[in-house]
Design a protein around this ligand. Structure first.
Ligand code: HEC
Length: 202
């Protein structure tokens, strides 16, 4: 009899173990299923967040806005230097542009900076900082006129652009003496922009 009891015990034991194992297997399958669904969901949201293609109409709209801003800003700097800056003591258009760009950025319109590409900035803060800006400076110095990158900031797509600033007037040399060494038309500075790529077309 005791042997039978022992056998029964073992059987119960095995049975219990089987249940636990099955429970574990079932639980694992459940975990795998949940993870799978979560993974697919994550993949789905990642696919949605894929940066837009270069020929996306929303990218072209942002690009067009940069072209407009670039023309307006550069026209203003040349106009101010030509009409209002007569001596080294006058308020430089470069400083006016930097003050204007700070105001534009603070109001949340877009990010824009005036930087040096010669290696001898008037002010040390006016130099390439991000990886995009550093790469853009090299490309502008090689003669490119519109360097762009589609990037993502806080989960939203943005267009980074850099355009060259040449020595447009002889007056520029009055304060930036080393500009006289620049080849005609070569970039001595750059304007860098960051605009949101707006899919809603607003
Ligand atoms: C009256 C002196 C003066 C004249 C003229 C002048 N600049 Fe500047 N420029 C400055 C000063 C000062 C700064 C630094 C402004 C700041 O950081 O607030 C500056 C900054 C710049 C910068 C940003 C990089 C750096 O060196 O700090 C560029 C690019 C620039 N100027 C280009 C030009 C061009 C192009 C012209 C001619 C259209 C010009 N400047 C004429 C005084 C001048």
């Amino acid at each position: 009899m005791p042997i039978l009891v022992l056998k029964q015990d073992k059987m119960i034991h095995f049975h219990l173990e089987g249940c636990i194992m099955r429970g574990l297997v079932e639980r694992s399958l459940f975990v795998v299923a949940v993870c799978g669904v979560a993974f697919l969901g994550w993949r789905g949201s990642w696919v949605d967040a894929t940066p837009p293609a270069k020929d996306d109409p929303a990218v072209e709209r942002a690009r067009q806005t940069v072209r407009m801003l670039d023309d307006i800003y550069k026209t203003a700097v040349v106009l101010i230097t030509d009409k209002y800056v007569h001596g080294e003591g006058d308020f430089p258009a470069g400083s006016a542009a930097i003050a204007l760009f700070d105001a534009v950025q603070q109001k949340g319109w877009h990010k824009v900076r005036l930087i040096d590409v010669t290696g001898e900035p008037y002010d040390d803060k006016n130099v390439a900082q991000s990886a995009f800006e550093k790469d853009a400076v090299l490309r502008l110095k090689k003669g490119e006129t519109f360097v762009e990158e589609i990037a993502e900031v806080e989960g939203k797509p943005v267009l980074n652009v850099a355009t060259p600033v040449p020595v447009v007037l002889e007056k520029c040399v009055m304060c930036h003496a080393h500009y006289k060494d620049a080849a005609p038309g070569a970039a001595i500075g750059a304007i860098v922009y960051q605009l949101p790529i707006d899919h809603a077309g607003r």
